[in-house]
Write a protein that binds this ligand. Structure first.
Ligand code: C5P
Length: 221
């Protein structure tokens, strides 16, 4: 049986960085489910579909094929055969994904893809509903969080380092809005599973959180 670790939490808590590091140390596959929701959102955007067009989005889901491939040790995401790994990182794609991920057809499609991957391999999967819905039987569940301010400052620094002009207060507002949408949607809202270990990364380094997860994974085996 494959060993599954679920890491859930709000945007900017450090899930993907930490999940990638822990996966490397444990020799597990890292699966970024946010990238899958972003790839679907990118499809809708490039087909001139507005976020509120739920019927059209539902009808389109069958025409979308999402694949994860591992190239030179990093996860690449393919949308209908095209590598969209860099395009999906744009702010507007993240915003679109946070709206379109609330639609049942989008979630159904990606949940079954995620379950197939997890059944076949030892994985660390990060997202919003992994411990609660996608992998309710995961051997280890982590809920990784951090204060809105901490997450906004991290994001602000990332953007400034990339030479992108931005306002901290706007980033804070954006994070609050995204948290609200993720936590209050009808299906699979973001919340800690009852059996998740809750870690707050506000005052911990990436290495400290990663170490904690490695230890917990050892204990859960
Ligand atoms: O984690 P990331 O910011 O890449 O995710 C983009 C959006 O996809 C999130 O804001 C969230 O709305 C959605 N998502 C989700 N369920 C997941 C992963 C991501 O609803 N398992």
């Amino acid at each position: 049986m494959s060993y599954n670790i679920a890491i859930d939490g709000p945007a900017g808590a450090g899930k993907s960085t930490i999940a990638k590091l822990a996966a490397g140390k444990l020799n597990f596959l890292y699966v970024d489910t946010g990238a899958m929701y972003r790839a679907m959102a990118y499809y809708f955007m490039t087909h001139q579909i507005a976020p509120e067009q739920e019927e059209l989005i539902t009808a389109c889901c069958d025409q979308i094929q999402i694949q994860l491939k591992y190239e030179n040790g990093s996860q690449q995401i393919y949308l209908n055969g095209q590598n969209v790994s860099s395009e999906i990182r744009k702010e507007e794609v993240g915003k679109m994904a946070s709206v379109t991920s609330a639609y049942p057809a989008v979630r159904r499609k990606l949940t079954s893809l995620q379950q197939e991957i997890a059944a076949a391999e030892d994985i660390i999967m990060d997202g919003r509903d992994i411990g609660t819905c996608v992998l309710p039987n995961a051997q280890l569940k982590i809920y990784l969080t951090a204060s809105v301010h901490t997450r906004a400052v991290r994001r602000y620094q990332e953007l400034i380092e990339k030479g992108i002009d931005c306002e901290l207060s706007e980033i804070e507002k954006d994070i609050e809005d995204r948290d609200y949408r993720d936590m209050h949607r009808e299906i699979s809202p973001l919340k800690a599973a009852d059996d998740a270990v809750v870690l707050d990364s506000s005052d911990l380094t990436i290495e400290q959180v990663t170490e904690k997860i490695i230890k917990l994974a050892g204990a859960a085996k």
